[in-house]
Design a protein around this ligand. Structure first.
Ligand SMILES: [Zn+2]
Length: 134
């Protein structure tokens, strides 16, 4: 797994109020942003099982006028930790086939992403220190 991806997965859990770190086994545990299935990451950010990185506002929507109200909430940066979350692979891929493909010009797609972003921001916390730095 690439270092940049591991770093973003760690940023997502460190800023996720539902995530906890168990020093005994060195594993972060949280829940899928969509379906709340239990997900886990190793201490170095390597995903375990079906955990995957989700960009809540799709990366391709940044710079698009129709998505401006959404991208502004995460500092106009697709890789801002506020825009990163853990999702299980089935949810992440299911999403990719629906609203990502329709794009920000589609009102229903914008509503789906706005609700997801609300859910992500409701789980926001200031990053927990874990000695990894960033
Ligand atoms: Zn899921």
């Amino acid at each position: 797994m690439r270092a940049a991806l591991r770093r973003r997965l760690l940023q997502a859990v460190r800023t996720d109020a539902l995530a906890s770190f168990a020093p005994a086994d060195g594993v972060w545990r949280t829940r899928c942003l969509h379906c709340r299935r239990a997900l886990a990451l190793r201490e170095d950010g390597t995903a375990i099982g079906s955990a995957s990185l989700e960009h809540v506002v799709p990366s391709a929507w940044f710079g698009r006028r129709a998505a401006a109200a959404l991208t502004a909430q995460v500092g106009e940066d697709a890789d801002d930790p506020r825009n990163l979350a853990l999702a299980c692979a089935p949810c992440n891929h299911g999403k990719g086939a629906s609203h990502d493909a329709r794009g920000p010009g589609d009102a229903r797609a914008r509503d789906v992403v706005a609700a997801l972003l609300d859910a992500r921001l409701a789980r926001w916390r200031e990053p927990l220190g874990d000695g990894m730095g960033d």
